[in-house]
Design a protein around this ligand. Structure first.
Ligand code: SAH
Length: 461
């Protein structure tokens, strides 16, 4: 390709062959080496594409017509798939989704960490990759004087009006969103108006325990007062006895963050329960809890297998949330130390240890990158460390403290292959060899990829 000059013009219509996919799920086709990214194009396909944006080194196109279709193209079951920003790859067969996720993990390990020879196993997928989510947080708006709920249109804050179900969501949660919206509408509760920062009801959050079927509803408002609170609670709980908790969260800031600081109890207990394997968990509104229960079991089983805990082992579970992985580890270890930054989650973790009669755990609230160096200075020498950080991965101070503690093994649970690869590189230089990676598909129909990695301390001769 001649440098500095794109071979296509804006608004031009071209024929394009797709040969790859981006991390966002867009098809990639090239014209004289110049890449064009096109939403919904699949590798192996040929299509008529309208060029919509031309940058110096790459451009974007819009799919007009598929002239040669991939055998992996499927009809998305969701009516609003092409509008909604929630799922990205419902148009792709599930087999292809899994293959693509495996390739992505392999590619970032090679490109970012230069770990070319590490085995990346076939992803553990779902038998039925639909209706798996146990939690929904949905924005509330108004249309023609009525309350509406729906996800945002892709790359916007416009609520999709005609969305009445979400095919990756537990049906109970779908029904609960509809019920809260309908009752709130009848009681005359106003929606939040994001543009003018006025009105009341911002989001409805629902979480249902897959095993227990207990439901928590969190009503998020701009205002400190929730109008008609008693009527709303009465009608919901009388109609739906599986609602075990209703919370009111106040978020008066102009922000994309859904939950505000203050959470009040309106009904029941401030947590619901769920079980994974033989352990029972209390989960409160602000605590992280894995969203795909059947896959969570597979993820934790793999993490436990890789951790290979003996009865004399001291273990650290960093980024422990409500102590899910910690309690499974504690059934095998001598002692487990958990760290987590959200105070409510640590309250849950302590409660959960008690609830299950587990006495060999200690939980600390703070940033993992602060606690680990301090533990190291105190002389803590864990045999095994398990980490499960958020998307941004681990801080360098945290990783250095892990290396200095000299555990035999590290198990890294990650929801972002790019930051995983970055951190594996640092660990590799610090003496920890990446042995194998097991992707687990926690988020079918979306581009997100979870994985568990096993690292071993390199033995010096
Ligand atoms: N292992 C848990 C939670 C994993 S999610 C589970 O499987 O349920 C990641 C967790 O890291 C969240 O609970 C989040 O609140 C916590 N977190 C985010 N940043 C942190 C930090 N700097 N230090 C400690 N915990 C953090």
């Amino acid at each position: 390709m001649a440098k500095g000059k794109a071979p296509v013009r804006k608004n031009e219509t071209i024929t394009l062959q797709f040969e790859d996919l981006t991390h966002e799920g867009n098809g990639v086709g090239k014209i004289n080496g110049y890449p064009l990214f096109v939403p919904y194009g699949l590798p192996g396909e040929e299509a008529t594409v309208k060029v919509v944006k031309v940058n110096k080194n790459f451009g974007f196109g819009k799919l007009i017509e598929i002239t040669k279709s991939s055998p992996h193209r499927v009809e998305p079951p969701c009516d609003v798939f092409y509008k909604c920003g929630g799922c990205q790859i419902q148009h792709m067969s599930y087999d292809m989704q899994l293959e693509m996720k495996q390739n992505q993990v392999k590619n970032v390990l090679r490109k970012i960490a230069h770990l070319d020879d590490v085995p990346v196993h076939n992803p553990l997928g779902m038998e039925d990759p639909w209706r798996y989510r146990n939690k929904v947080s949905i924005p509330v708006g108004e249309h023609k004087g009525e309350l509406i709920t729906g996800f945002y249109r892709m790359r916007s804050h416009d609520i999709i009006k005609d969305m009445d179900t979400c095919v990756v969501q537990d049906e109970v949660n779908d029904r609960m969103v509809e019920a809260v919206r309908r009752i709130a509408d009848r009681l005359g509760i106003e929606a939040y108006d994001e543009k003018n920062d006025k009105g009341t009801l911002r989001h409805i959050m629902v979480r249902t325990g897959r095993e227990t079927k207990d439901t928590m509803i969190v009503i998020i408002t701009r205002t400190a007062k929730l109008p008609h609170q008693d009527e709303l609670v009465k009608e919901l709980t009388e109609t739906y006895p599986h609602i075990k908790s209703i919370m009111h969260n106040i978020n008066n800031r102009r922000t994309n963050v859904i939950l505000g600081k203050e959470t009040k109890l309106l009904y029941g207990e401030k947590y619901i329960y769920d079980t994974i394997g033989d352990i029972r968990f209390a989960i409160s509104a602000k605590s992280f809890y894995q969203v795909n229960p059947p896959q969570t079991k597979k993820l934790y089983d793999k993490a436990l297998e890789y951790a290979d805990i003996g009865s004399n082992d001291i273990v650290v579970d960093a980024y422990c949330g409500i102590g899910t992985i910690s309690l499974f580890l504690a059934q095998k270890a001598k002692k487990v130390y958990g760290i987590e930054v959200v105070p409510e989650a640590i309250d849950d973790a302590k409660k959960n240890a008690k609830l299950n009669g587990i006495t060999n755990t200690e939980f600390v609230v703070d940033q993992a990158e602060k606690v680990m160096p301090w533990w190291k200075a105190q002389g803590l020498r864990p045999d095994v460390i398990v980490v499960d950080p958020p998307r941004k991965g681990c801080e360098v101070d945290f990783i250095q403290a892990m290396i200095d503690m000299e555990p035999k093994r590290i198990v890294y649970v990650s929801c972002n292959p790019s930051t995983l690869a970055r951190d594996l590189k640092i660990l590799d230089e610090g003496g920890y060899e990446t042995k194998e990676v097991q992707p687990v598909d926690m988020f079918p129909q979306s581009m997100h990829i979870e994985s568990v990695t096993r690292l071993e301390q390199r033995l010096c001769n």
